[in-house]
Design a protein around this ligand. Structure first.
Ligand code: SF4
Length: 603
């Protein structure tokens, strides 16, 4: 057993439940997880090698072989494509002398694609050895590769200066920019750390009274589903279990979403106070903040906030001076898997397993982390709780609409002048959003509301109101200008994203996503028929039988774009004869084969 593995096992007391942390530490130290590491871990954790391997193989960032000195993961999301990703990819290949999926001959540089990295407001962007490099240009790529060849450390590659706000702190030193374009009343207004818990203590609020306060506020989960927060907490409080847990879901992996990145950067204390309030309400002693791997650059900074809170006794025994309230928080990082944003998958991952969603019931509030009642809340939801406790229910209800109280953070990206984070009261229209962010309604083809799993809407729906009453959103708003090929650059990209991110458990998700892609490609190639378009619409109910939201919504990019942009699909139909099946193009097939064997086609 290597000294690295034995040291890490000791650090986590040989606890198999901390396998994710163990693997992340080995990855940070060695750059990959070797066969020997897996054998040693299995022995040290009293597991089979297959069990360790199945966790390792699930996550994108757990490399299984030695990587290059500099590992470049270039974001391939739809927004990155709209912002010129292909030029950047070509520049990396030209400068490094290697192609994507490969390591350069000198072993210095590897190039890989990756799914969204939470930087849609500053694309094209890449992760290099876990550090974010946003706003890339071909010239910047040239500089970066030149500096890699010189052997500069990855920290020293950040010669273009650091970002704003806390990105600039000694803990983060990140080149990321916050891009906070609009500060609203809840998340980005002033907050004195600890004041929400002070209020609970001063008012001698019971668990029930706190839950009732949240109920009166009308607060609903900000992740997109809109489940009433108070109801979730009440279920968890009443559920039987020796221990209870609070999770804050900061795994925002939905392409186009980056608002949690900014809250984690600028308002971590608001999040942690919200978690403490949730812990108090349900009777939990431990809170776990689950953060996506792409935000690893924040780890030290977030840990420093928790250390401060422990020093001021806001965490620990009798936390915030509330007698009998013993509560602490730990941070759990993921390793690259979009599906872990689903609450039961997130819990599986935090237990050290593959992030596969569980069958429900039982729901996490009854049987969640380690089989105990667990409440999983969104970052923004927990921040809203801290603010509404501090400022009062009436204040909170005065914001937004009847059924959608408070504010909503939007991650606006794409073809707008001012991409970034906007905190607005619920009840605005898509046209309002375009006006705010500098989008030209006359030049906008579509807005993707709520990320790939949301809706692709056209100008005839831009007066719709973003709220739980009309068109709900988890926060992503991707604006797609007229100049782009909506089906090729956006819809196909989203469909491929779902294929890559499906955990593969349900046949309805595993197979249907591929069927959608193949049929869309057939239409785009000109071989499709109108019946193919109708077939794609008719398959949607099959996907709804999938176990989790990924499979249940994976058809949305295609189905909502057919509904609103059917003319784009029909524009690709070349043959009106519905009887004739033109799915096979012999000339193209021969040309492809000739390319593989290096012959000239002779048709
Ligand atoms: Fe996995 Fe897809 Fe099924 Fe969800 S719907 S559990 S991602 S296969």
């Amino acid at each position: 057993m290597s000294s690295v593995v034995s040291g890490v096992l000791q650090k986590y007391s040989n606890d198999a439940g901390r396998l994710m942390d163990i693997l992340l530490d080995i990855l940070a130290e060695n750059g990959y997880i070797s066969d020997e590491d897996i054998t040693s871990l299995a022995a040290g954790l009293d597991m089979s090698s297959a069990d360790v391997e199945q966790t390792v193989s699930f996550y994108h960032f757990f490399a299984r072989k030695p990587m290059a000195k500099y590992n470049v993961y270039l974001n391939s999301s739809a927004i990155a494509v709209l912002k010129g990703r292909e030029k950047i990819a070509t520049a990396f290949e030209r400068e490094s002398g290697c192609s994507f999926g490969k390591v350069s001959e000198d072993g210095m540089i590897s190039l890989d694609d990756c799914a969204d990295i939470g930087m849609a407001d500053q694309e094209p962007a890449a992760l290099i050895n876990g550090i974010v490099f946003p706003n890339l240009t071909a010239f910047r790529v040239k500089e970066l590769v030149r500096d890699m060849r010189k052997g500069l450390s990855v920290d020293d590659l950040r010669s273009h200066g650091l970002g704003d706000g806390m990105n600039n702190s000694e803990y983060m030193k990140a080149t990321v920019t916050n891009n906070i374009r609009k500060k609203g009343a809840v998340i980005f207004s002033e907050y004195q750390g600890g004041s929400a818990l002070e209020k609970v203590k001063a008012d001698r609020m019971s668990q029930e009274q706190l839950i009732d306060l949240v109920k009166q506020s009308g607060l609903r989960g900000r992740g997109g589903a809109g489940f009433p927060t108070a109801m979730k907490w009440d279920f968890c409080r009443k559920a039987k279990g020796e221990k209870k847990y609070i999770f804050c879901n900061a795994d925002e992996g939905e392409p186009g979403t980056f608002k949690d990145r900014v809250i984690l950067t600028e308002r971590p204390r608001l999040i942690f106070d919200g978690m403490a309030l949730a812990g108090y309400a349900v009777g939990a002693e431990e809170g776990i903040l689950y953060v996506r791997y792409e935000y690893m650059y924040m780890k030290e900074y977030l840990e420093s906030i928790l250390t401060e809170m422990r020093k001021e006794k806001a965490l620990g025994k009798d936390a915030s001076g509330i007698k009998g309230f013993n509560f602490d928080i730990r941070i759990q990082y993921g390793a690259g898997a979009y599906v872990c944003g689903e609450e039961s998958a997130l819990i599986e991952s935090a237990e050290g397993k593959r992030g596969e969603p569980r069958d429900r019931p039982p729901f996490p509030v009854e049987k969640g982390y380690l089989g105990m009642p667990t409440a999983v809340n969104n970052v923004e939801t927990l921040c809203s709780v801290a603010k509404l406790v501090t400022n009062g229910v009436e204040w909170f209800k005065s914001l937004g609409t009847g059924q959608s109280t408070g504010t909503k953070l939007l991650s606006i990206s794409g073809d707008v002048k001012y991409p970034g984070v906007y905190e607005v009261e619920w009840g605005f229209s898509i046209n309002d959003i375009l006006e705010m962010s500098g989008g030209d309604p006359a030049a906008v083809q579509a807005v993707q509301v709520g990320g790939p799993s949301g809706s692709c809407v056209g100008p005839n729906e831009f007066e719709r109101i973003v709220s739980y009453e009309d068109i709900a959103t988890g926060g992503a708003m991707m604006v797609i200008g007229e100049d782009h090929d909506l089906l090729q650059d956006v819809v196909l990209n989203f469909t491929e994203f779902f294929i890559d991110e499906s955990c593969g458990s349900c046949s309805t998700c595993r197979a249907l996503t591929v069927m959608y892609k193949k049929t869309l490609e057939k239409v785009l190639s000109g071989d499709g028929r109108r019946k193919d378009i109708d077939a794609m619409l008719s398959w949607a109910p099959i996907g709804k039988a999938s176990r989790c939201g990924l499979g249940q919504t994976a058809m949305n990019p295609i189905c909502t774009s057919i509904k609103n942009f059917r003319y784009l699909y029909e524009g690709h139909i070349k043959n009106a004869n519905e009887q004739y099946e033109g799915g096979f193009d012999i000339a193209k097939a021969v040309a492809d084969s000739c390319e593989v064997v290096g012959r000239r086609p002779n048709l």
